[in-house]
Design a protein around this ligand. Structure first.
Ligand code: SAM
Length: 230
């Protein structure tokens, strides 16, 4: 029987810049003026907040051809669903957020900041589409981030999806791509990680698992760093 969070679909939840900073051990100030892609950015506020700091972030998500009103309608119910489903689970560490109520404050701040920026910046900054295809040029971005889509939703996306996504992320990235977290909602290391690293079609990519000091979902204190070997 499952011990962790059970979700029947990919939910519309968003994290703030502060949470991205911790999850990816990222210093936004060091990326000022650089070109960054946030894949599956959802209703997170990293893109809005980082742009305000001078980092040139583009956000990409399957929902960005929806009107803001339709996205807004999903934010509250999806958040309620997750907060309810988390109650009593042993797969979460509450050191940082302290309680579901305080975590909710972060998530609400993220989606409100996102919605404001989405209404203002529209299609310039928020690009619609679906992995494993990205509508961007080769090596367009210095840094590409993927938070809470790959690995964690292992039940909903197969190995081929992960493999094609890794290839596509590296096609559009000149420097480094980071994927977070490396565990499923059961807090277990994704079964795809070792397979990707052993896949001959990906031998031009160097994989490095990097430890951080941020853990909410248990064992999520690691991200995957991808760089081209050449
Ligand atoms: C849990 S949210 C993560 C949001 C944000 N990255 C974060 O960490 O807070 C997952 C997002 O993935 C998006 N999504 C689902 N399938 C996708 C796909 N194939 N390509 C791009 N985005 C997808 C959903 O629309 C949703 O916004």
């Amino acid at each position: 029987m499952k011990q962790g969070l059970v979700l029947d679909k990919v939910v519309l939840l968003g994290r703030t810049l502060d949470e991205y900073r911790r999850s990816f051990a990222l210093d936004p100030a060091a990326w000022r003026g650089r070109v960054v892609l946030d894949v599956a950015a959802g209703v997170g506020s990293f893109c809005a907040e980082a742009n305000a700091l001078g980092v040139r972030v583009t956000a990409f998500d399957a929902i960005y051809d929806w009107p803001a009103e339709d996205i807004q309608k999903r934010c509250g119910p999806d958040l309620d669903q997750v907060v309810r489903a988390m109650e009593g689970l042993k797969t979460y560490r509450w050191g940082f957020y302290e309680s579901p109520g305080k975590m909710r404050v972060y998530r609400e701040r993220a989606y409100r900041t996102f919605l404001e920026d989405y209404r203002r910046q529209g299609r310039e900054r928020y690009i619609a589409g679906r992995l494993p295809r990205l509508p961007f040029a080769d090596r367009q971005f210095d840094l590409t981030l993927v938070s809470y889509l790959m690995f964690v939703y292992e039940d909903q996306f197969d190995y081929e999806f992960h493999k094609q996504s890794v290839l596509e992320l590296m096609r559009v990235t000149a420097g480094e791509a980071r994927i977070y977290p490396l565990v499923t909602f059961e807090a277990k290391r994704s079964q795809y990680l070792d397979r990707l690293q052993a896949d001959a079609d990906l031998r031009h990519i160097r994989f490095e698992e990097v430890q951080t000091d941020f853990e909410f979902l248990a064992n999520s204190n690691w991200y995957l760093s991808l760089r081209r070997r050449d």
